[in-house]
Design a protein around this ligand. Sequence first.
Ligand code: TXA
Ligand code: MG
Length: 312
Amino acid sequence: MPDHSGIEDAGRHLRAGGLVAFPTETVYGLGADATSPEAVARIFSAKGRPRFNPLIAHVADYAMASAEAVFTAEAETLRSLFWPGPLTLVLPRRVTGSVCDLACAGLGSIGLRMPAHPVAQAVLRAAGRPVAAPSANRSGAVSPTTAAHVEADLGDRVDLILDGGPCKHGIESTIVSCIDSVPVLLRPGAISRATLEDAIGPFGRPGQGIVAPGMLQSHYAPRASLRLNALNLGAGEVGLDFAGQLGAPTDLSASGDLEAAAANLYRMLRSLDNGVAGTIAVAVIPETGLGEAINDRLKRAAAPRRGADNPS
Ligand code: TXA
Ligand code: MG
């Protein structure tokens, strides 16, 4: 855990327009002052991320959030139940908000998240303003769940990396749009669909144009190719197992626990993607609970590569 001076340094770098990587309960974020277009531009260039893809603004508290966006009734319910935590709300943006256009990719909406991780919270308080933070990986690569992953991907491009140990959830926040009267699930993530639907009822179908622009097909891509729903290991393949189905040494959760599997997913993908294996064969993961988010990321990791316009 970073000490007090590490947090102070982070606040100083952020206020000066620098880039600070910090742990959250989902994955490590690459943070910059969300109110400064120059600072936000550094995120896009460090990651090689396309600028049409908006960033999530991270906030320290509800006062900071409500200065940026209008909270609909459903958004109020969701934030009262799940903030701080791994839930991002896409909301109508206030014209009086402080987050810059570049962070929002010029949209009339904004993605807001109040992280629960104590280091993230301390960083946000030290910055004293919203912090734009995508996952701290090169665009299109697997998201980082340890400080060492960030160091390997972006070490030469950031001013400071705060080490808070491995991330608890290991998979990104769930993104819900509250732009329409019925909320829409834009990205499955660390809070399951069922948990959210228990709170607010069934999600609506995505309306025209309401998508997370970052959800292009190829994403979270390792160098090796992926074969999904594998029932056995082919010649030359390494296995990413679940509940011992393949008998492979690397198992997301030998006991079949989907939360543990989510927490292990990116770390295990990285370790199997060592340049030796041509293909990673992935066992069947049930679609229930966090399985929806795990399968979403695996499908994107297995999709044909799009080259330079890989997002996020
Ligand atoms: O868990 C997380 O959410 C992590 C940690 C660091 O907080 N962050 C993260 O950020 O996953 P990123 O940039 O990798 O993914 C953000 C996603 C993108 O797919 C982007 O298109 C979507 O959020 N997004 C952001 N603002 C949006 C908006 N106004 N409308 C629709 N989608 C939005
Ligand atoms: Mg990302």
